[in-house]
Design a protein around this ligand. Structure first.
Ligand code: GDP
Ligand code: MG
Length: 259
């Protein structure tokens, strides 16, 4: 394994479900953009043969690894399995990266540079300089609405908490309690960011250009949106109750000091 100075060894995890048309080009682009990095393709037994394409890539390149999973369990579960694999293997940095070309491997060095002064870096569509290309208006509204929902409930200062192009130091992933993460769909991204913020880790956003996929289909579904809305609201209720509890506790403490 080769180091990516000064961060250590880098593992880029790509969860795949029916990405046979995309997985080869994204892996090649990653290998060119950051040649030191290793790539782990976490495939959920895709019916379109993505797993076999991944095996062929791994056979030709020792920086490419494949995890074959039983069946479709959601992107969160695939990432968790990938994180555990990478942490056990001693990587210093773990990166989340979609297979479909929406995240551009050529922008990964920007995230890694920012990670030199942060614990977690989010590629962000909604900070100044960030953008989306070819996204239908409905997806933009969903993403902006989802981020507004998240900010209202959790009060976090992130513009794109739902974004999926993220880089973590290994210590951050070890520290945030991966074993308690239950999110299956895209609220997995909010879950990780929220845990990192709550634990006091430094989370920064860097602008990215997000490009809508050309090939294959999105796995976004109504169930995924509902899961995200409910889980975020539950975290928000818990957070607001704690805020209220410490506010009331503070008031009572002050009163007691005055009697
Ligand atoms: N292993 C695995 N990967 C998934 C699953 N659902 C989505 N993905 C992958 O997660 C990434 C993002 O999914 P995508 O459908 O592009 O979401 P969108 O960009 O929000 O429309 C892609 O690489 C998908 O192949 C899943 O259930 N299992
Ligand atoms: Mg996509």
């Amino acid at each position: 394994m080769t180091d990516y100075p000064p961060l250590g060894k880098v593992l880029v995890i790509i969860p795949t479900y029916n990405e046979a048309q995309n997985v080869e080009s994204i892996t090649r682009r990653l290998r060119t953009s950051v040649p030191e990095a290793h790539v782990l393709i976490a495939d959920d037994n895709s019916p379109d043969g993505t797993g076999e394409v991944a095996d062929r890539l791994a056979a030709d390149d020792e920086h490419v690894h494949v995890m074959h999973r039983k069946g479709k369990e959601g992107l969160g579960a695939a990432y968790l399995a990938g994180f555990h694999w990478g942490l056990d293997a001693g990587y210093g940095v773990l990166v989340e990266h979609d297979a479909d070309g929406s995240h551009q491997p050529e922008q990964l060095p920007l995230l890694l540079k920012a990670l030199e002064n942060a614990d977690m870096v989010k590629g962000s569509r909604w900070v100044r300089g960030g953008s989306v290309v070819n996204w239908p208006k409905s997806r933009e509204i969903l993403s902006r609405g989802g981020n507004l929902w998240t900010r209202l409930w959790l009060g976090i200062d992130l513009k794109d908490a739902t974004g999926g192009f993220n880089a973590f130091r290994a210590e951050t992933l070890r520290g945030i309690g991966l074993d308690e993460v239950a999110s299956a769909g895209y609220c997995f991204q909010v879950d990780l960011a929220w845990r990192a913020v709550k634990k006091g880790y430094k989370v920064v956003e860097v602008p990215i250009e997000f490009v809508e996929r050309e090939f294959g289909d999105s796995k976004m579904s109504r169930g995924i949106v509902i899961e995200a809305m409910i889980r975020t609201a539950l975290w928000g209720v818990d957070h607001r109750a704690r805020q209220l509890g410490s506010f009331v506790g503070g008031l009572l403490g002050r009163r007691r000091r005055h009697v």
